[in-house]
Every structure is written in structure tokens, then in C-alpha cells.
Design a protein around this ligand. Structure first.
Ligand code: AMP
Ligand code: ZN
Length: 142
């Protein structure tokens, strides 16, 4: 896609700091390092978000994550964990509309990244949870 910044990075038209590349994905450092080593894994084909993946592309892209995650972890002995984050839609904080998966290494030091789920354990009755799930099941197909 001609006006897509990540397509331009994949094409080598604008620079990136590469971590890993193969036929399916490019992984490069996020220009804004949420923590040191914060990496984006990007399918080489332009796909805007998770909703647009087919199963083969998802299998291919997500299959790359463990080895890239292991390499990030092995690169710095201070890394104790890693968050996988994939934002879909502006409301979900997506700002680049070429799908990408954030690999965010976690440190007990040098780390001010946070995710806040909150405690919503009391928000739904069992019947309400069942109604939510039924709505999703009706759409998920085989
Ligand atoms: P998201 O908000 O999930 O769409 O994430 C987009 C990410 O792309 C942000 O974390 C940006 O810092 C990052 N980003 C934007 N432009 C570049 C670039 N040219 N090189 C590397 N990372 C970028
Ligand atoms: Zn693109």
C-alpha cells in the first residue's frame, strides 16, 4: 500500500532497525521504545488489522513470535518477561493501520510500562456472561 509507513519500511524505502526478517515477516525496533528491546513484528503483506487476517497468514505470523521473543529475552539478562500486544482499531490505540504485534520485554528495573485491566469480577452475573458468550458463539462459525 503506497501510503503505508510499514509497507515503506518493508520495501526499504524508509529506514528501520531490523531484528529479524524472512519471507513472511519483518521485525524491527519500535521507534518509541516502551521498554528497551520493544520490537514490532509485521506481516510483509499489507493487512490492516487482526480482523483482516486469514488463518494461513495468522498461523504464519504468529508462528514467528516465540523465536523472536526468545531472542529478545536472551539478548539481555535483565529481561524477566514479555508482553505481546496487538492493537486493533483506533479505540484500541492502533495508530499504524498495517497490522503489527508488539513484543515488549519486561524488566523489574528500567521499566515503566503498565497495562491496567482493573477488577471487573463483580460486573456480570453468570447469566450475563452466558449471554455475551452466546452472542459471540453465534458469529464464530465452525
Ligand atoms: P500502534 O499504536 O499499536 O498502532 O503502534 C504503532 C507503533 O509504531 C508505535 O509504537 C510507534 O512508535 C511505532 N512506529 C511508528 N512509526 C515507526 C517507524 N518509522 N519505525 C518504527 N516504529 C514506528
Ligand atoms: Zn502496509
Amino acid at each position: 500500500m503506497s501510503d503505508c509507513i510499514f509497507c515503506k519500511i518493508i520495501a526499504g524505502e524508509i529506514p528501520s532497525v531490523k531484528v529479524y526478517e524472512d519471507d513472511t515477516v519483518l521485525a524491527f525496533l519500535d521507534i518509541s521504545q516502551a521498554t528497551p528491546g520493544h520490537t514490532l513484528v509485521v506481516p510483509k503483506v499489507h493487512v490492516p488489522d487482526l480482523f483482516a487476517y486469514d488463518a494461513d497468514l495468522a498461523a504464519a505470523v504468529f508462528a514467528r513470535l516465540p523465536k523472536i521473543a526468545r531472542a529478545i529475552k536472551a539478548s539481555d539478562p535483565r529481561i524477566e518477561g514479555l508482553n505481546v500486544l496487538n492493537n486493533n482499531g483506533e479505540v484500541a490505540y492502533q495508530s499504524v493501520f498495517h497490522s503489527h504485534i508488539h513484543l515488549i520485554p519486561r524488566y523489574s528495573t528500567a521499566d515503566d510500562f503498565s497495562i491496567h485491566f482493573g477488577d471487573h469480577t463483580q460486573d456480570y452475573t453468570p447469566a450475563q456472561l452466558e449471554a455475551v458468550a452466546a452472542g459471540i458463539r453465534a458469529k464464530v462459525g465452525a
